[in-house]
Design a protein. Structure first.
Length: 339
């Protein structure tokens, strides 16, 4: 077990590589694994949530300050970075630019909790902020999309309220991968509190996590890459969006670190690290149904087919970056980084 823990990042990279190799070797037959991604993610989140003392979430100290940092990095810093990058990479067509902006404006609310926890960040605070992040992006994204259009990032995009409404059921299904495990973990801990067995449940959860967390993470990484890599590989039109995603992740990593160093002095280093992870990770899984609804309104079938690939590319880039971030924070800087 200690050997596995010591080499966990290498194992995650192996899962990513195996997913890509299997996708190529089978000629894309692994695309059939797509329906398994959400259940695998739900199991991973369930294991993560069971490790957290959810009954004590309200007792998290300095939560307002943490929430202010979180919204600063996601509602102001990240959009400004997106605006700058899309202004630089101006060779993209309007629809692709719009799709990239849609994805990068949405902060992640699911596996960021897992990755942040693996890197030693305060995953409990991040989990507590999930409802606020979700509601915040509902307001924030339309405003920033309007700003981006007003400054000329695109001329006209066939986007209307009906498109959003049509995608709502699929978005709810996607969110269930977060909500259902969270409610199950909360319910189990609530029953444990009522029965006076919370300590026993928490101890058992930690043991189960040691056994299943890593295999579940590898399963999520493998299925995500295997399901999508073949259709993305060789698509030269995705090179520029992929480059935008890479530069965004690295920029937010550096800018977010400087941001919390400047404004996060009242926060614990682990909370600051959670803010950095939130700034880097995006909500592509939830945005995919919205992007597909947009694609269904387009008359050009070629452009419509490319939209989901633009979204998927962000997920593939982000998974690689997240694995590297875990290695960076746990292997090189550890907790002294923000101190």
């Amino acid at each position: 077990m200690q050997w596995i823990q010591k080499h966990q990042v290498a194992l995650y990279l192996l899962a990513l590589a195996m997913g890509a190799l299997v996708a190529l070797a089978t000629g894309g037959a692994t695309a059939s694994l797509e329906p398994l991604i959400l259940p695998a993610l739900a199991l991973l989140l369930a294991a993560t949530f069971m490790m957290m003392p959810l009954q004590k979430v309200k007792a998290v100290p300095a939560f307002r300050g943490f929430l202010a940092l979180l919204f600063g990095v996601n509602a102001l810093l990240a959009p400004l970075v997106v605006l700058g990058l899309l202004s630089i990479f101006d060779s993209l067509d309007d629809i692709t630019t719009f799709t990239v902006a849609l994805v990068l404006l949405a902060p992640c609310i699911d596996y960021v909790v897992v990755f942040a926890g693996l890197a030693g960040a305060d995953a409990r605070k991040l989990l507590s902020a999930t409802p606020a992040l979700l509601l915040g992006q509902v307001v924030m994204i339309p405003v920033w999309l309007w700003v981006f259009g007003a400054v000329g990032l695109w001329s006209r995009v066939p986007w209307n309220l009906a498109t959003v409404v049509d995608s709502a059921p699929d978005v709810v299904v996607t969110l269930s991968a977060v909500i259902v495990p969270l409610m199950c973990a909360w319910g189990a801990q609530k029953l444990a509190v009522c029965g006076g067995n919370l300590a026993r449940i928490e101890a058992a959860s930690r043991k189960l996590s040691e056994l299943f967390m890593m295999p579940l993470m590898m399963l999520v990484l493998f299925t995500s890459v295997a399901a999508h890599f073949y259709e993305v590989a060789g698509q030269w039109s995705l090179v520029t969006p992929a480059l935008v995603y890479v530069v965004f992740a690295l920029t937010m990593w550096v800018a977010g670190s400087l941001y919390v160093r400047w404004l996060g002095h009242s926060q614990h280093p682990d909370a600051c690290r959670a803010v950095v992870f939130s700034g880097v990770t995006r909500n592509a899984l939830v945005m995919m149904p919205v992007a597909l609804a947009l694609a269904s309104t387009l008359p050009d079938a070629g452009v419509a087919a490319r939209i989901p690939l633009v979204v998927v590319t962000q997920t593939l880039v982000e998974l690689c970056v997240m694995v590297l971030m875990v290695r960076f924070f746990t292997g090189f800087l550890k907790k002294q980084y923000f101190s």
